[in-house]
Design a protein around this ligand. Structure first.
Ligand code: VGL
Ligand code: ZN
Length: 239
């Protein structure tokens, strides 16, 4: 009887001393999965399919996201979510083709894209198990402004992302997804501007073009992001 009490007591002390250490290791870190949506993938024959976004890429993203979820991190997923009359669609401009650029009235340059990620379409769905996702952050809903960044659109209107992260006391972001040279880059740079520590998982990112993706990674690094070649789960607790 006495031994049993001692055992229970020891186990209680042990669990008390371990629990905070485990909780602390994950606190303040969140994952941002950028725009892993049908239209951006070859796997789904998307309208704006980014190279090397086949089924095996999607499996790697899913596996990593599952592991990070199991490690206790909240998972935020960006979703490009455009109305049919969106300014970034080439078809909404007379005599313009996808990948051409136009000058907007306010002097900014806008890249024109094929119609993609139209609200409510199958091709706009996120290709990560919804059960893993803490919250979906939609962007690009204003027809007049594009929104590569998950934090705000080109007109400066903020999404919910920063508010949600601050409310959860998040200080550090692990970012990956599509496209390295557009939405990943813009989200990472805005994250740094907002004061987050940002880690980019390179092999879970895919870019529209090699040269711009290389330049994007260089710029993210130069502005303070840490680029990890691949996900290092052992190092998550040290972030
Ligand atoms: C994106 C182009 C247009 C992206 C979104 O998710 O990187 N790229 N809209
Ligand atoms: Zn878009």
């Amino acid at each position: 009887m006495k031994n049993l009490l001692v055992l229970i007591f020891s186990l209680a002390i042990l669990s008390l001393s371990l629990a905070p250490a485990l909780a602390e290791a994950k606190e303040g870190v969140a994952v941002v999965v950028v725009d892993v949506q049908g239209d951006f993938t070859t796997a789904q024959k998307g309208s704006l399919a980014v190279p090397n976004t086949d089924q095996s890429y999607l499996e790697n993203v899913s596996k990593a996201t599952e592991q990070l979820k199991k490690a206790g991190l909240p998972i935020y997923a960006g979703q490009d979510w455009h109305p049919a009359d969106h300014i970034s669609f080439a078809s909404n401009h007379k005599d313009k083709k996808p990948f051409e650029t136009i000058k907007l009235d306010d002097g900014r340059t806008q890249v024109l894209w094929p119609v993609h990620c139209v609200q409510g379409t199958n091709a706009a769905q996120i290709l990560v198990n919804p059960a893993l996702i803490t919250k979906v952050i939609q962007k690009g809903m204003d027809s007049k402004f594009d929104s590569y960044s998950g934090f705000m659109d080109d007109g400066g209107a903020k999404t919910e992302l920063d508010k949600v992260l601050k409310a959860a006391d998040i200080k550090t972001l692990i970012v990956y997804g599509i496209a390295t040279d557009y939405c990943v880059k813009a989200t990472v740079l805005d994250g740094l501007k907002e004061g987050y520590n940002v880690y980019v998982i390179n092999d879970l990112c895919r870019g529209v073009a090699d040269d711009t993706s290389k330049a994007a990674l260089e710029e993210m690094k130069q502005k303070g992001a840490k680029i990890w070649p691949s996900l290092d789960l052992d190092n998550i607790k040290n972030l």
